[in-house]
Design a protein around this ligand. Structure first.
Ligand code: DAT
Ligand code: MG
Length: 150
């Protein structure tokens, strides 16, 4: 079972899309292992997006991601990292396929609603930035065997 960090960014909160986006992830069969509403500060934004420091879009990205509350969560499931990424759609929402979260609900690369870790190393690093170990819960759902064969 894999875990990945998902952020429903400030545009998702402001646009009232949190329930809809979370519903898509839950509907897929993914499990919420941790979740909170919070506002990122500049220091956390720099650490979270350290790979993008120095790029032309970085100042705008930090301004946006710190501009209001977001929903941070740990999502768990078989191949959760790739499945969340595929469900999100292309980073550039203008190019994201219909049927994906970004392709159905967004149109701008700088307002693309959702973050998902892009590798297992990134997931481990990012989850630790947002959650203490004790906040990430392991539990069974009665539906688990109806979602994942093994
Ligand atoms: P993703 O969020 O799909 O993992 P990323 O890690 O490459 O994409 O970039 C992080 C965020 O930075 C992305 O969600 C939106 C913003 N961003 C990336 N490339 C950009 C660009 N060329 N112009 C504006 N914003 C960009
Ligand atoms: Mg990324």
């Amino acid at each position: 079972m894999e875990r990945t960090l998902v952020l429903l960014k400030p545009d998702a909160v402001q646009r009232g899309l949190v329930g809809q986006i979370l519903g898509r992830l839950e509907g897929r069969g993914l499990k919420i292992a941790a979740m909170k509403l919070m506002q990122m500060d500049e220091a956390l934004a720099h650490r979270h997006y350290e790979a993008h420091v120095g790029k032309a879009f970085f100042p705008g990205l930090v301004e946006f991601i710190t501009s209001g509350p977001l929903v941070a969560m740990v999502i768990e499931g078989k191949e959760a990292i790739n499945i969340v990424r595929a469900t999100m759609g292309d980073t550039n929402a203008a190019k994201a396929a219909p049927g994906t979260i970004r392709g159905d609900l967004a149109l701008d690369i700088g307002r693309n609603l959702i973050h998902g870790s892009d590798s297992s190393e990134a997931a481990r690093r990012e989850i630790a930035l947002f959650f203490q170990e004790s906040e990430v819960l392991s539990y069974k759902r009665a539906t688990d065997p109806w979602i994942t064969e093994s």
